[in-house]
Design a protein around this ligand. Structure first.
Ligand code: FMN
Ligand code: MN
Length: 442
């Protein structure tokens, strides 16, 4: 594959300004309340990006900034169709970001040491939510052996300098356990208003010990700056919260998540926020829970990992994590079938490429994986249930799936092989009528 290197990355702020120049950024004409109004307006204008001032904070908010793949592609300076390959290239070719001096880092233009989260533009999204939530925060943490890790964690504000964070048993959780086993506490930095490469890398699942910031840097070059706690953060971010993961636990939730249904309340770790750094005139990034932007950031980074696994067993032509499947539970995978069992092998590989995937449909490359009517047509005309549907019982599923067991995550998974048997290609060809100029006839 050809090398894909761009020299300069675009910061969160520069992208907001670019969209504004192009007339693609909506401006709310009056100040919004953080209580429900911000969320309601973001929802109403989806997927158009919106900038607004808020009543309860001096800082502005922006949302729906990356609510479509087109917006993501525009920010990365590529075509929508190139995104999966761009991300795969970044995963396979991580590179070291440039570290700059503090004086060169806009994010350090201002530092608040007397933290008061009630003054921050953190919205209450729905009346039944457990509290206001930071939704766009990418947590950066260091481990002595594993190095750096990036991951998203929603955070519910529970005090002036305290949040309770949803931390699934993945890498950050492992870092916490490791430092606590040695009697320490984990320092973290939470980035809000992170550039698109950091957002995508933060949502990418790679092996522990792989530094997602290096993936971000290959996706688009980034400058970082070192904080007092030793953590390097994007130098051009809007906000960075410094924090410590305490041993205290509190109720986290209820929270309306990706699926549009309520996630349960759980005992989760409390994070103490010790400092807030921000650029001049900063903009807080709001990721509307269950909204289009949330879906894009969740689903997109799973497409390259599925692509990679499927490509190991047969030629993969594309992956679509579908919006209707909450951009998490469903995928359509295109293959160039060469062996009769390629469809079945692709199903197993797709599940390996995204552990939370529940249903997957494999199609031939004559089907447009982004057109769900075509995918359904393939299921309708090419599938025999007793031959092509594979059911896997008692699998580990997603904590976001309300139909899975919320404690054990037990779920069934289904793979549908909607590809055509190799020797019957002709029978399944989609025939078309001849194009005609109707003006000659009517
Ligand atoms: C918008 C968004 C919100 C997320 N919220 C959470 C969360 O609250 N808790 C969590 O554990 N993972 C959350 N994730 C998923 C993790 O970021 C993702 O699984 C990541 O790969 C974990 O990093 P790790 O592989 O380094 O552990 C979220 C992802 C996105 C894109
Ligand atoms: Mn990781």
């Amino acid at each position: 594959m050809e090398e894909m290197i761009i020299m300069t990355g675009i910061s969160f702020r520069e992208f907001v300004q670019k969209l504004d120049r192009e007339g693609k950024l909506l401006h709310a004409k009056k100040k919004l309340s953080l209580k429900l109004e911000v969320a309601s307006l973001l929802h109403s204008v989806e997927p158009r990006p919106l900038l607004a001032e808020v009543r309860e904070s001096e800082y502005r908010i922006v949302g729906n900034l990356f609510a479509t793949k087109e917006l993501v592609a525009e920010c990365l300076g590529c075509r929508k169709e190139e995104l999966v390959k761009r991300m795969l290239y970044a995963i396979e070719n991580p590179s070291e970001p440039k570290v700059v001096e503090r004086s060169e880092a806009p994010v350090l233009e201002n530092t608040i040491t007397n933290v008061d989260l009630t003054k921050m533009p953190i919205p209450l999204h729905l009346p039944n939510d457990g509290g206001p939530y930071i939704t766009s925060g990418v947590v950066i943490a260091n481990d002595r052996e594993y190095g750096r890790n990036l991951s998203f964690h929603r955070m519910m504000v529970i005090g002036k300098n305290k949040v309770v964070a949803r931390i699934l048993p993945r890498h950050l959780n492992e870092f916490i356990n490791r430092v606590e086993a040695n009697g320490g506490e984990l320092d973290i930095a939470i980035v809000v208003g992170a550039p698109i490469n950091v957002l995508l890398a933060g949502a990418t699942s790679v092996d522990i010990g792989m530094d997602e910031m290096k993936i971000a840097n290959t996706l688009m070059p980034i400058r970082t700056v070192k904080l007092d706690n030793g953590i390097e953060v994007p130098a051009d971010a809007e906000f960075v919260y410094e924090g410590i993961v305490t041993k205290e636990e509190e109720n986290e939730g209820p929270f309306l998540d990706l699926t549009g249904t309520y996630d349960i309340v759980r005992r989760q770790r409390v994070i103490e926020i010790t400092k807030i750094h921000h650029r001049d005139n900063p903009i807080h990034h709001v990721l509307l829970p269950g909204g289009a932007e949330h879906k894009i950031l969740m689903g997109m980074p799973r497409e390259p990992t599925i692509f990679r696994e499927v490509n190991k067993v047969t030629e993969c032509t594309g992956v679509n994590i579908t919006q209707g499947g909450c951009s998490w539970l469903h995928a359509v995978v295109g293959i160039k079938k060469k062996n009769e069992n390629d469809g079945a092998r692709a199903i197993t590989a797709a599940f390996a490429g995204h552990k939370s995937l529940k249903h997957v449909v494999i199609v031939d490359d004559d089907i447009d994986i982004n057109n769900m009517e075509e995918v359904e047509w393939a299921i309708a005309t090419r599938v025999q249930g007793d031959r092509d549907v594979f059911i896997f019982k008692d699998q580990k599923g997603s904590s976001l799936d309300p139909s899975a067991n919320p404690m054990t995550l037990a779920t069934a998974k289904i793979g549908v092989d909607a590809t055509v048997p190799l020797n019957e290609k002709k029978k399944f060809k989609k025939e078309g009528y001849k194009e005609i100029n109707i003006d000659e006839y009517l």
